[in-house]
Design a protein around this ligand. Structure first.
Ligand SMILES: Cc1cc2nc3c(=O)[nH]c(=O)nc-3n(C[C@H](O)[C@H](O)[C@H](O)COP(=O)(O)OP(=O)(O)OC[C@H]3O[C@@H](n4cnc5c(N)ncnc54)[C@H](O)[C@@H]3O)c2cc1C
Length: 401
């Protein structure tokens, strides 16, 4: 890596997180090498998403980051269609009150939210019979994200701007030697000033390869498939998700994507679809609608990786200068991508991203890795003291506190 530029950065991971961070760093005059273990970019989560942008999805931090990404996503032409999303309640009092509650909650966040009656819902999605539903909550501003376009545009800009992308380069070990970091792959060792861990489901594993403990990031498998809906013109339907998140379907290139909306804990891997998850999704979709899924096609699965508090992890690791996290994007990696990348690049190149975080009302502490590290390295003296009552209770049950 040549030395005429500001800082030499190695980005680990060729998904949306790594690519978007790499381009931002290049634009801050860093010398960037992106290492991806697969032979293709976007091979894991980033190539397997449902491609929706919704500003009401996720916790407060995710929603703020999504709002922050929206302008850039729009400016880049990456939000391709205003699809809308509808949370549907089916017959029964429980669903009705869940729909009403969700409406109240979302309307505070987004004034355009609409409470649909059963008939209004059928007008929008004719496959849901009015006698089977209690209507829904409609979010008109949800958009389709052109995920391929993001990955391809960013990779092309990166290469054209002098960044380096190395495929088939699995990072095996990361060493910190003085002010320099060394990133070992089977064929080369890359010397740099900082490393960005944007390795998705492998983020904790990459930390271990740097000699650090992980942050408790949990990959969760989600299975999806395509199906046809003969007799229905589905192109302009919104994403339809049932109020209990038991399934969803969404138009995609003339067909529908179906999913159980599953979130099964797993280890980092090349995720494969589970037949039972597909069969269950088909059953639930057919039970709830007039759709008949005669043949689920091209099933796939991907990993959505979450921190325990549901917020992304963006920031330097206080245990190893130069080791930087950009992980835990969960089911929102595309919708938060552009602002998350700008925040990460700003922290690395300028040591602060307050000018980006403050307008969003996000405190850096809410996304910093430190929030997990403190508890992970807490010594016995730092453990919260048990009250005497609890000590007696535990003692009586034969448990040593
Ligand atoms: C079914 C499904 C639906 C989704 N729907 C949406 C949606 O509607 N909207 C949305 O915004 N998000 C959605 N997501 C989430 C989104 O896809 C992810 O949050 C995002 O893709 C994560 O990007 P990433 O770059 O962090 O991870 P990845 O795309 O997984 O990239 C990480 C990369 O790191 C590489 N890597 C790992 N270890 C190493 C190593 N040792 N050396 C080198 N490289 C390594 C991996 O090979 C991988 O390519 C969905 C995800 C799934 C699975």
């Amino acid at each position: 890596m040549g030395g005429t530029r500001n800082r030499r950065i190695v980005v680990i991971g060729g998904g949306v997180a790594g690519l978007t961070a790499a381009i931002q760093l290049l634009e801050q005059d860093c010398d960037v090498v992106l290492l991806e273990k697969e032979e293709l970019l976007g091979f894991h989560a980033s190539g397997r998403s449902a491609a929706l942008f919704s500003e009401t999805y996720g916790n407060e931090i995710v929603r703020a980051l999504s709002r922050g990404s929206r302008v850039d996503l729009q400016a880049g032409g990456f939000l391709s269609f205003t699809r809308g999303a509808v949370h549907v309640g089916f017959a029964g009092e429980e669903d009705r009150s869940a729909v009403d509650d969700l409406f109240k909650r979302l309307r505070v966040l987004e004034p355009d939210i609409i409470r649909l009656s059963a008939d209004e819902l059928t007008d929008i999605v004719p496959a849901i019979a009015p006698e089977h539903s209690c209507g829904g909550v409609f979010e008109p501003g949800a958009m389709d994200v052109d995920t391929d376009k993001i990955l391809q545009t960013v990779a092309a800009r990166l290469r054209k701007g002098g960044g380096t992308i190395v495929l088939g380069a699995e990072v095996l070990q990361i060493e910190s030697i003085g002010a320099e970091m060394r990133v070992h792959t089977p064929r080369s060792v890359y010397r740099c000033d900082a490393v960005i861990n944007a390795s998705g489901a492998w983020a904790d594993e990459i930390a271990r390869r740097a000699g650090l403990s992980g942050l408790g990031l949990q990959p969760k498998r989600r299975t999806a498939f395509m199906f046809d809906a003969p007799g229905f013109e589905t192109r302009n339907w919104p994403l339809v998700v049932d109020i209990g998140e038991q399934f969803y379907f969404k138009p995609d290139a003339g067909r529908l994507i179906g999913s159980l909306a599953d979130a099964t804990d797993t280890v980092p891997c090349d995720a494969y679809p589970d037949d039972i998850d597909i069969a269950t999704a088909v059953y639930r979709i057919e039970e709830a609608t007039r759709l008949r899924v005669s043949r689920p096609q091209t099933p796939w699965a991907g990993l959505r990786t979450f921190a325990t508090d549901g917020s992304p992890v963006i920031g330097p690791d206080p245990r190893m200068p130069g080791f930087f996290w950009l992980a835990g994007q969960g089911g929102y990696g595309f919708q938060v991508s552009l602002i998350a990348a700008r925040i990460a690049a700003s922290m690395i190149a300028r040591a602060s991203a307050d000018d980006l975080l403050d307008p969003l009302g996000v405190d850096h502490a809410a996304i910093a890795p430190d929030r997990f590290i403190q508890s992970a390295v807490a010594s016995p003296e730092n453990q919260p003291a048990f009250s005497q009552d609890n000590v007696h209770l535990l003692h009586n049950r034969g448990i040593a506190p």
